[in-house]
Design a protein. Structure first.
Ligand code: WTA
Length: 657
């Protein structure tokens, strides 16, 4: 990876914004000046200009108890009011909020701001009937349908906290997230369309909630609210399960949004860390919404009255929170929401959608771009993509080759590309070019946004200087920063703040380099977190799933570089002798791949399962994943001198071949 990046750092192509784009752009260079002159004042201005405050704030940042920050703490607002009612009150109720496209071609709905506001008000009343009040946790496990967005907003409207669980996660993953947050309600659907058929969701909820209430287990879930979408048969638990269509349309559409303090929790979103247990990243209201709204506006150059925005992320990820649910709606924009996969029923589906809805701004992930690249330009060329005027990338480093392809084939050689770096923890974009302002550079995420302070430092926290690599840190608190890890303040401090405690820097876990211009190039994670198709997976989490299988004695997982997905999961497993005798290695590998898919979700399914007799360990028993990565990537194995048994790598290499 790093030698590849060294080569990429010689990149000298530059793309200056066209005068026409710059003239009409939301952003201009004065943003940097304003922010540099008074960083906190700059954010206070954004918060006041972009949001409606029921009670204006007088405090901006309180950093008196680091790393626990508050922003705009004495102000009060309602997040859903900001995303809905205020647009209707401003006379924009007829503007389309959601251009929803189901996976089946004729499944399509246009929902205006007035309609979405109405639906969210009804649902907010239903939540009240189901006993949901401020501070309660609600799990949302849904396909990409308008009701999913309505669910998030209704939870926010009543001051409760949502925890969206990606619909591709297993019943087990759902259960652990429900338990960790102590969710009182689960909102789901019978199923959703995926790859040409209905993929069931409600059965996974049933399974997650089944057989509980035993010793030491407390069932927190009181109700399951179910949208009928897939039409698949579902089991029903009387008294617990409620059909959406039985209660929401009948409920009153009168619901006044109450103000809540700026630091009222808005959502928990679980993400993989370096241990087996996912972390519940906690975000609050005022600062989060300020930065989500601001970045969506300036980085995506959003003109709400004319743009058709499309962020392809699922609401199960943070990108779907900030740039599907909150950013675009707070800005009053029109956006596409698509239920299905990019290749159903044909590989040009996304481009067909761009043409059909006249998408102007597209925000997607490098892994998607690379898979389209592999299929060839003939597919997008069949569609009229001339409406696209700005392209965005998120989730992992975008290699210059994919960047150039994106620009040329999708962007018609004119659309600027913004490569945006951020994390579940940062809540919103942190590093990115500003379209219309920045001269862009293929492969580099470039510069911190106005009001954001970052650096690349060495292990001691010292600035590395241009031309050098190190660790990415955020040096000043920012409005949409995570406020903690749900139920685990120690882990919050330990994971992000201990490493550079002296300097008070936030440690992001990403390697980065500064080029000669001082632009940032991201190099991938420096910890045991993998990035597969832009999704974060923990090596430890997959290892614990593997050893949970009765055939497995021991397992080590690494992220191996992969042309399409960025990284792929490669697992090295030691099988128990009794199983080895009775099963073929191919059969075992197949079984284990499926097993991990069932335990965590299909995205975690290993690309390769290597059955080996031993794992490379140091004398203190630590698995040397670096060496396994060499094997998985087909490289010469690196330095083995710290291994307890230096011969083990040649045995493993031979077995893998
Ligand atoms: C990686 C997704 C390089 C990075 C928004 C980060 C990126 C992790 C980029 C967060 C980018 C995200 N260039 N790397 N433009 N964007 N990453 O929490 O390693 O799912 O730490 O948030 O993705 O992933 P998460």
């Amino acid at each position: 990876m790093s030698s590849q990046i060294d080569h990429l750092l010689n990149e000298d192509r530059r793309f200056a914004p066209s005068p026409e784009f710059a003239a009409a752009a939301v952003a201009d260079a004065s943003l940097y000046e304003r922010a540099a002159a008074d960083r906190e004042g700059f954010w206070a201005d954004q918060a006041r200009e972009l949001l409606h405050w029921h009670t204006p704030f007088t405090e901006v940042l309180d950093w008196s108890n680091p790393p626990f920050a508050t922003w705009f703490a004495d102000g009060e607002l309602n997040v859903a009011y900001n995303c809905l009612d205020r647009h209707v009150e401003a006379g924009n109720g007829d503007r389309v909020a959601l251009l929803w496209q189901g996976e089946p071609a004729d499944d399509q709905r246009e929902i205006t701001y007035a309609e979405l506001t109405d639906e969210v008000k009804r649902l907010a009343n239903v939540l009240g009937d189901l006993g949901i009040t401020r501070g309660d946790r609600v799990a949302i496990y849904m396909p990409m349908i308008p009701e999913a967005i309505a669910a998030m907003l209704a939870v926010a409207r009543v001051g409760a906290i949502h925890s969206v669980v990606f619909g591709g996660f297993s019943a087990d993953s759902l259960r652990s997230r429900i338990d960790d947050a102590g969710a009182k309600l689960v909102i789901t659907a019978d199923g959703g369309w995926r790859k040409g058929k209905v993929s069931p969701l409600k059965p996974a909820v049933d399974q997650a909630l089944a057989g509980r209430g035993g010793a030491g287990e407390q069932e927190t879930v009181e109700h399951v609210l179910v949208v009928r979408r897939g039409g698949n048969a579902v089991e029903w638990t009387e008294g617990r399960d409620v059909w959406w269509h039985d209660v929401v349309p009948q409920s009153s559409a009168d619901h006044e949004a109450q103000p809540f303090p700026a630091e009222n929790p808005l959502f928990i979103l679980y993400t993989s860390g370096t241990t087996g247990k996912p972390k519940g990243i906690l975000h609050t209201s005022g600062g989060y919404l300020t930065q989500a709204t601001f970045t969506n506006k300036v980085v995506h150059d959003l003109h709400p009255e004319s743009d058709v925005f499309w962020c392809t992320a699922d609401i199960g990820w943070v990108t779907g929170h900030s740039y599907v649910a909150y950013g675009p709606l707070s800005n009053g924009a029109t956006q596409v929401l698509y239920e299905g996969t990019p290749d159903t029923p044909h590989p040009g589906r996304w481009w067909e959608i761009v043409e059909k809805f006249g998408v102007t701004v597209l925000y997607t992930a490098p892994t998607a771009i690379r898979s389209f690249m592999k299929l060839g330009r003939a597919i997008p060329k069949k569609f009229d993509l001339s409406s696209l005027r700005l392209l965005g990338s998120v989730g992992e480093p975008i290699n210059p080759e994919a960047w150039m392809w994106y620009r040329k084939i999708i962007g018609g050689k004119t659309a600027p590309i913004v490569d945006t770096w951020w994390q579940t923890e940062t809540g919103a974009i942190m590093v990115s070019a500003l379209p219309g302002v920045t001269e862009t550079k293929p492969g580099s995420a470039q510069v911190p946004l106005p009001g954001i302070a970052i650096d690349v430092v060495d292990e001691d926290g010292a600035h590395v200087g241009n031309g050098n690599g190190g660790l990415l840190v955020v040096t000043q608190p920012w409005p949409s920063m995570l406020r903690g890890i749900w139920g685990d303040p120690e882990r919050f401090v330990e994971t992000y703040w201990e490493k550079f405690q002296k300097q008070g820097f936030y440690f992001a876990g990403d390697g980065a380099r500064l080029d000669d211009d001082g632009d940032v190039w991201f190099l991938g994670r420096v910890d045991d977190v993998m990035n597969v198709s832009g999704h974060r997976l923990s090596t430890t989490e997959i290892e614990s799933a593997l050893v949970g299988n009765e055939a497995v004695a021991e397992a080590a997982v690494v992220g191996a570089s992969d042309e399409t997905t960025g990284q792929a999961v490669a697992a090295f497993v030691i099988i128990k002798q009794s199983y080895l005798a009775a099963h073929s290695p191919e059969g075992l590998a197949q079984t284990l791949r499926a097993w991990v898919g069932d335990q965590i979700g299909p995205i975690a399914r290993p690309r390769d399962v290597y059955i080996v007799e031993e794992l490379p360990k140091t004398r203190s028993g630590k698995i040397m994943r670096r060496l396994l990565r060499d094997v998985a990537e087909g490289r010469e194995v690196g330095d083995t001198t710290t291994l307890a048994d230096t011969a083990v790598m040649s045995v493993i290499s031979a077995q893998v071949k």
